[in-house]
Design a protein around this ligand. Structure first.
Ligand code: GUN
Length: 295
C-alpha cells in the first residue's frame, strides 16, 4: 500500500522557470540587455557534460544570455583563473559557474576563490558561505535552496520541525543544514561516523538524503508521515548495457511509510537548475539596480 504524496519537482521547477522567463522578457524590453550566465566545463566527465548542456539550454529557453566555456582537462589552474577573471570583469555576465568536480591538478578552492562573490551563482565562495551562516543576504547554493523551496511548498512553515540531513558535503549537506536552521528547524547532521543512523533518521519529520549511495536509506529508517527529500542521483547498471537513475532512498519502500517524497529523477534535480537561473537573475538585478522583490 503506498500512501506518500510524490513531490513533483519537475513541475515546480517548470513553474519557476516560466516566472523567471516572464521577468527576463520584461527586462529585455526595458533594457535590451538580458541577464547573462557563464558555465565553465573542464574535461569530459559524462555526467558533468549532461548537466552543463541542461544548464545552457534551460538558461537560453528562459531568455538569458547563456555561454558555455568547454576546456580540455589539461588546462592549467592559471589559465582557468584567467578565464574567470575575464568573466568577473564582463558586464554582460551576471553569473559564473564552474562545474565540479575539476581534474586533480586543479585546486577547487583556489578556483572558487577566484569567482567574484557577486557573480558566484553556486553560492560556493567562502564570502557567500560566511554570509549564509551569519544570516546575512547572499547567493545561496542551488541544490539546498531547491530543497527548501520544495519543503515550503509541501509543508508551509518549517518552524519547530525536526530535520535530519544525511551527508556533509560542502555542496549539499552543510548548506542544507544551515538553511533548515534558518527556517527554525531543529537540525541534526548525520554522516558515515554517526552511531545508530537508522535510529537518528527515525526521529526526523524532514529527512534529507545526500550521501551518493544508491537506495542507502531503508523504508524502516523513516518516521511514518515524514517528508523525505532525496538528493541522490546514482546511475545503476542494468547489466544489459543499459542503466537507470536511482536516489539515495529505497523509493518503493519509502512510499509506504513517508508522508511525502521526492522521486529520482524528477524531484530535486530540476530544481537545482531553476535555482541557478533564479540566482543569475538576482545577481543581474542587484548589479543593475532592478527591483527583484518576490524572487
Ligand atoms: N557538480 C555537482 N553539483 C554541482 C553544482 O551544484 N554546482 C557545480 N558547479 N558543480 C556541481
Amino acid at each position: 500500500m503506498s500512501t506518500a504524496t510524490i513531490i513533483d519537482g519537475k513541475a515546480v521547477a517548470a513553474d519557476i522557470r516560466a516566472e523567471l522567463a516572464a521577468r527576463v522578457a520584461t527586462i529585455k524590453r526595458e533594457r535590451s540587455m538580458p541577464p547573462g550566465l557563464a558555465v565553465i566545463l573542464v574535461g569530459q566527465d559524462p555526467a558533468s557534460q549532461v548537466y552543463v548542456r541542461s544548464k545552457e539550454r534551460q538558461a537560453q529557453e528562459a531568455g538569458f544570455k547563456s555561454v558555455a566555456y568547454r576546456r580540455p582537462d589539461d588546462i592549467s589552474e592559471e589559465q582557468l583563473i584567467t578565464l574567470i577573471e575575464g568573466l568577473n570583469e564582463d558586464p554582460s555576465i551576471n553569473g559564473i559557474l564552474v562545474q565540479l568536480p575539476l581534474p586533480k591538478h586543479i585546486d577547487e578552492a583556489v578556483v572558487i576563490h577566484a569567482i567574484s562573490p557577486e557573480k558566484d551563482v553556486d553560492g560556493f565562495h567562502p564570502i557567500n558561505v560566511g554570509r549564509m551562516i551569519a544570516g546575512e543576504h547572499s547567493l545561496l547554493p542551488c541544490t539546498p535552496l531547491g530543497c527548501i523551496t520544495l519543503l515550503k511548498r509541501t509543508l508551509g512553515d518549517l518552524s519547530g520541525k525536526t530535520a535530519v540531513v544525511v551527508g556533509r558535503s560542502n555542496i549539499v549537506g552543510k548548506p542544507m543544514a544551515a538553511l533548515l536552521l534558518r527556517e527554525n528547524c531543529t537540525v541534526t547532521m548525520a554522516h558515515s561516523r554517526t552511531v545508530d543512523l537508522p535510529g537518528v533518521c527515525r526521529g526526523a519529520d524532514i529527512l534529507v538524503a545526500a550521501v551518493g549511495k544508491p537506495k542507502f536509506i531503508q523504508g524502516d529508517w523513516i518516521k511514518p508521515g515524514a517528508t523525505v527529500i532525496d538528493v541522490g542521483i546514482n546511475r545503476v547498471d542494468d547489466g544489459d548495457g543499459k542503466s537507470h537513475l536511482v536516489g539515495d532512498v529505497d523509493f518503493a519502500a519509502a512510499l509506504d511509510v513517508a508522508g511525502a517524497i521526492t522521486p529520482v529523477p524528477g524531484g530535486v534535480g530540476p530544481m537545482t537548475i531553476a535555482m541557478l537561473l533564479r540566482n543569475t537573475l538576482e545577481s543581474f538585478c542587484r548589479a543593475n539596480r532592478v527591483d527583484c522583490a518576490g524572487l
